[in-house]
Design a protein around this ligand. Structure first.
Ligand code: DOR
Ligand code: ZN
Length: 350
């Protein structure tokens, strides 16, 4: 018997890119339509590294919300080689920073100010471990000689494993996992010491594999980092997300870029999934016969990991054909292609 309606606690998105200015204004309402809270990535130019910058950015996000929205942005601090542990700890203490984001320098979009050597931030990590502040990692090595499809797996061996052994109490989120290696690693770690290492899983990595990026030609709008891997990995991600296991939670990594930055000789990494995110996840859980696991994944596991209460309201999804516009346009005319835009989807957020 198939379920035609599903009511779950209001979900949260534990990984979003909102950008700034007119792009911010165009994208924020899409996340706020579905989610009560979101962890906001700090990779602006310049990055968000101070309490003052995070407060100002939060105000710009709130100003972009529809009038009736109670959506709450959760701010993060961008970790640099010269990070000040006192500023970070104070920001956490004052409820300004929910977490710290660790980009290895050069790993992805706007990561130039990221960490060049993990040893440079050991003092900060020490402090975060003490106060229970989560570290969110972009889990890819940056060595250009490492094959792009291997960067996450090698990161686990060369960076994450030593990091965990040096900071066994630190809470870490392995963001946007894309490999079976990562799924296996997170599961093993959770079995040993629950609640220390969690992982977010994006909607797009549950849907596309690396072959899709080249289906009938090169598809720049399916290019993101970490890049989609082969089918075996996609299936491992679907298994993890739909398992209901507490280690895995929803994080879209919605990453808008204007069409001109995507459709060019050297296009940016990032997929704009915000408009269609919840419907896409729901469709995946339905395909896997796991609609009963959508609520833990989307609404419960994340708050538990972060030590926050789950949301009190609910949302209802209906099995009913829906579709999303192909693109969202900013007030100054930039066009952002929507993941799944123009395609028929089988679920709709009521
Ligand atoms: O594809 C991506 N886009 N991956 C990231 O890690 C960053 C993001 C962005 O900011 O565009
Ligand atoms: Zn991201």
């Amino acid at each position: 018997m198939s379920i035609d309606q599903l009511t779950i606690r209001r979900p949260d998105d534990w990984h979003v890119h909102f950008r700034d200015d007119t792009m911010l204004a165009a994208v924020v309402p899409h996340t706020a339509r579905q989610f009560a809270r979101a962890i906001v990535m700090p990779n602006l130019v310049p990055p968000v590294t101070t309490i003052a910058a995070a407060n100002a950015y939060r105000e710009r996000i709130v100003a972009a919300l529809p009038a009736d929205s109670d959506f709450a942005p959760l701010m993060t601090c961008y970790l640099t080689d010269t990070a000040d542990p006192n500023e970070i700890a104070r920001g956490y203490d004052e409820g300004v920073f929910a977490a710290v984001k660790f980009y290895p320098a050069g790993a992805t979009t706007n990561s130039d100010s990221g960490v060049s050597d993990v040893k440079n931030v050991y003092g900060t990590l020490e402090r975060m471990q003490e106060i229970g502040m989560p570290l969110l990692v972009h889990g890819e090595v940056t060595d250009p000689s490492v094959d792009i499809f291997d960067r996450e797996a090698i990161y686990i061996e060369n960076v994450l494993t030593p990091l965990i052994s040096d900071f066994p109490e630190l809470k870490i989120v392995f963001e946007h996992v894309t490999t079976k290696n990562a799924v296996d690693f997170v599961r093993a770690r959770w079995a040993e010491t629950p609640g220390r290492l969690g992982a977010t899983v994006t909607a797009h990595h549950l849907v596309i594999n690396r072959t899709d990026i080249f289906k009938g030609g090169i598809r720049p709008h399916l290019y993101c980092l970490p890049i989609a891997k082969r089918e075996t990995h996609r299936l491992a991600l679907r298994d993890a997300a739909t398992s209901g296991e507490a280690a895995f939670f929803l994080g879209t990594d919605t990453a808008p870029h204007g069409r001109s930055a995507k459709e060019t000789a050297c296009g940016c990494a990032g997929i704009f999934t915000a408009p269609s995110a919840l419907e896409t996840y729901t469709q995946v859980f339905d395909e896997e016969g796991a609609l009963d696991k959508l609520e833990p994944f989307a609404s419960l596991n994340g708050p538990t990991f972060y030590g926050l209460a789950a949301n009190t309201g609910t949302v209802t999804l209906e099995r009913s054909p829906s579709s999303f516009p192909e693109a969202v346009t900013t007030s100054d005319g930039e066009v952002i292609q929507v993941f799944g835009g123009g395609e028929q989807m089988s679920w709709r957020l009521a």
